[in-house]
Structures are given as C-alpha cells and as structure tokens.
Write a protein that binds this ligand. Structure first.
Ligand code: SAH
Length: 218
C-alpha cells in the first residue's frame, strides 16, 4: 500500500471507530475529518500515532487535540458553510483546517510565533486559503474582523472573556473548555441579544489559555 493509501485507511478507521462509534453524527464533520491529512500538522509527519486516539505534542509544551475532541467541538459549532469563524489557540493548525473545510473564513490566533508560522505554512501548502493565522493574545479576540458567527477556544479558560462575547454576532455560537487548569467542561454558549445560553457538553482537559483574560503562565 502506498503511503497516501495508508494515511487514507488510517483516517477512515479513525472516523469509524473514534468518531462515528462515539456518537459524532454530522456528516459534514465526519467527511472533513476523513479528508484533512492530520499527519501533516505534526512536527514529524511520519509519526505512526498521527491518527491515534490521543493528543500529541507539537512543541512549546503544547498539543494537537485528540481527533474526537476536534470532532466534538466542530460538531457543536453547527457550521453550514458560510460562517466567519474565530479560533483561539492555533497550535498545529489542524483544527483550523477542519474549520476551513466547513466555513467560509477562519481567523486563528496563536501566542507562540513558532507554532503560528508552522501552522500557517502547512495550511497554505494544503490550499486552505480561507484560513488566516495571527500571532497574539487570543484572550483579546481579534477585533479587526469582528463580528464572528462562531468562536472556538481550544485552550482551557477560567471564564468566557468579554472580548469574545463582544466580537460574537447575535445568534452566534461559542464553544470553549471552561474550568480550572486541571479539568474543564466543554461548554457551548449561544448569544441571544444581551443574554448568553450555556450548554454543558461534557468533561475535557486542555492546555491553559495564557494571556490577559486567561492565566499568567503555562
Ligand atoms: N487547536 C489546536 C490545539 C491547540 S492547543 C490544534 O488543532 O492543534 C492550545 C493552543 O493555545 C496552544 O498552541 C497554545 O499556545 C495556545 N494559546 C494559549 N493561550 C493563548 C492565547 N492567549 N492566545 C493565543 N493562543 C493561546
């Protein structure tokens, strides 16, 4: 089997066992996860664990999220294809690629320039021109392109930062792991006028959000 076919087979197995098998149903999310070459977003693309059921280190003490968590968060965003999406915590860029498959514009903010530059290169090489990576403190959002139809935070946060709510369109959805450093609740927040509706989507563990509206250090 060629390397290309091996990766495709690994992605199919990942989708069947880790995603569909655990209740991910949105057909658009499942097919995006089957298409995006996750191995390309790893520091070593030949890592045999690229499609396995766990997060992996990507440098600077950060991780690429477990495939199931990427699928769960993406499904929770209920993307139709025409949204403008803000991601906080680019990391490897893998989640940004999945978002780019399913929406029209993605702005993703990362605090480490090394990670941001690598993610940006891989996204460009793979042709995800709708995804833009920015270096900065994502706890402040990215006001330049607001309002966003969706906001996804892929680092643990102590609370929903005010700038994210301000930059979210009315009727928009934000998904974030809310809690303390050691454990969080994946939370979906829907903005309705000046009210926020909260939904609990289950437990999770992410690396911390470090910045003005997050923690002071890793
Ligand atoms: N979505 C990523 C995984 C993210 S891991 C992927 O698909 O690979 C969380 C990321 O959030 C890390 O890269 C970390 O550096 C970043 N991060 C933490 N605090 C941040 C902040 N205030 N602004 C931007 N990025 C932040």
């Amino acid at each position: 089997m060629s390397e290309h076919d091996q990766h495709m087979a690994a992605r199919r197995a990942m989708v069947e066992q880790q995603l569909r098998g655990r209740g991910i149903k949105d057909p658009r999310v499942l097919s995006a996860m089957e298409r995006v070459p996750r191995h390309r977003f790893l520091p070593h693309p030949d890592d045999p664990g690229a499609y396995n059921d766990y997060p992996l280190p990507i440098g600077d003490g950060q991780t690429i999220s477990q495939p199931y968590m990427v699928a769960l968060m993406t499904e929770a965003l209920r993307l139709n294809g025409d949204e403008r999406v803000l991601e906080i915590g680019t990391g490897s860029g893998y989640q940004a690629a999945i978002l780019a498959e399913l929406s029209s514009e993605v702005y993703s903010v990362e605090r480490f320039s090394t990670l941001a530059e690598r993610a940006s290169c891989v996204l460009a090489e793979l042709g995800y021109h709708g995804a833009t990576v920015l270096i900065g403190d994502g706890s402040l959002g990215y006001p330049e392109k607001a309002p966003y139809d969706r906001v996804i935070v892929t680092a643990a946060c102590p609370k929903i930062a005010d700038p994210w709510v301000e930059q979210l369109a009315d009727g928009g959805i934000l998904v974030a792991p809310l809690g303390d450093r050691w454990g969080q609740t994946l939370t979906r927040v829907t903005k309705r006028g000046d009210k926020l509706e909260h939904q609990n989507l289950g437990g999770c563990v992410f690396v911390p959000l470090v910045g003005e509206h997050g923690w002071d250090s890793d």
